[in-house]
Design a protein around this ligand. Structure first.
Ligand SMILES: [Zn+2]
Length: 256
């Protein structure tokens, strides 16, 4: 038995480049015009790292099917809403996915925040938005509002990750984004490595609104990438509530 024959039997996936007919995903499409490009620059799933099918974008169907969803959007008094009890009055709150440390799904947010993974953010936002569209608790949203970054931080990163998620949500929910009214007036040091009380003190009073009239009696959906202690989201809620808005919250991840 030749070496290549044995190798392709043992590692059919790895040898799909050399023996594409062994890898059912490719079949005769291997002979199409995109093949050479695909061969040199294979598109990989941002979550599991496997090769993407032509019909897939950024995240493979397997990883999407196995999203560790919380389904909190269907559950009143869920653990995300509990975070805000006695702190700020919310209409509804949810997080899309459970995040455990180092999980493949947490990696997606890391890519969105630190590796310019904006496509990943839009896709996650679209999936979250689809779920919320089917929930009575998020039914009458007037505006989607991304939690703003301080201009200095946004300039450094090149984009606001919450706005990227909001863009995906706006597509699937068919609701407008209101960006620029809520703003961050102070630049706070990073929340990482701070305890719950320090996090709360760190962000107290750092947000404000530019036009309260635009928000009065509106139901706004405030978006952030991840919720941990909820201190940033709480600080962002206060000026919205003071302006007369009803506030709901949605994030991609819930770190418990
Ligand atoms: Zn995958």
């Amino acid at each position: 038995m030749s070496f290549f024959f044995l190798a392709q039997l043992l590692f059919p996936k790895q040898f799909s480049y050399i023996f594409p007919w062994n890898y059912s995903r490719f079949s005769m499409k291997w002979l199409s015009g995109n093949t050479v490009f695909e061969l040199l620059f294979p598109r990989l799933c941002s979550c599991c790292g496997n090769r993407l099918l032509q019909s897939e974008s950024c995240i493979c169907s397997y990883c999407i099917f196995h999203f560790p969803k919380t389904h909190y959007h269907l559950l009143p008094d869920n653990p995300v809403e509990e975070i805000f009890w006695g702190r700020v009055k919310l209409k509804s709150a949810t997080a899309f996915l459970f995040f455990s440390k180092g999980s493949q799904y947490q990696k997606l947010i890391h890519q969105l925040k630190y590796q310019r993974g904006t496509d990943v953010g839009r896709i996650l936002g679209q999936h979250l938005g689809s779920d919320l569209s089917n929930s009575r608790r998020f039914f009458n949203i007037d505006y989607i509002i991304p939690v703003p970054l301080h201009p200095n931080k946004e300039k450094k990163r090149g984009y606001n990750q919450s706005l990227i998620i909001a863009e995906g949500m706006s597509l699937s929910m068919r609701k407008p984004i209101l960006d620029g009214n809520l703003y961050r007036k102070l630049e706070n040091p990073t929340q990482t490595r701070k305890n719950r009380f320090q996090r709360w003190k760190n962000v107290e009073g750092i947000f404000d609104v530019r036009n309260a009239t635009e928000l009065k009696l509106k139901h706004v959906l405030l978006i952030d990438d991840v919720i941990t202690t909820g201190s940033t989201l709480e600080a962002a809620c206060h000026p919205l509530v003071q302006a007369g808005a009803e506030v709901s919250i949605a994030t991609i991840g819930h770190v418990s």
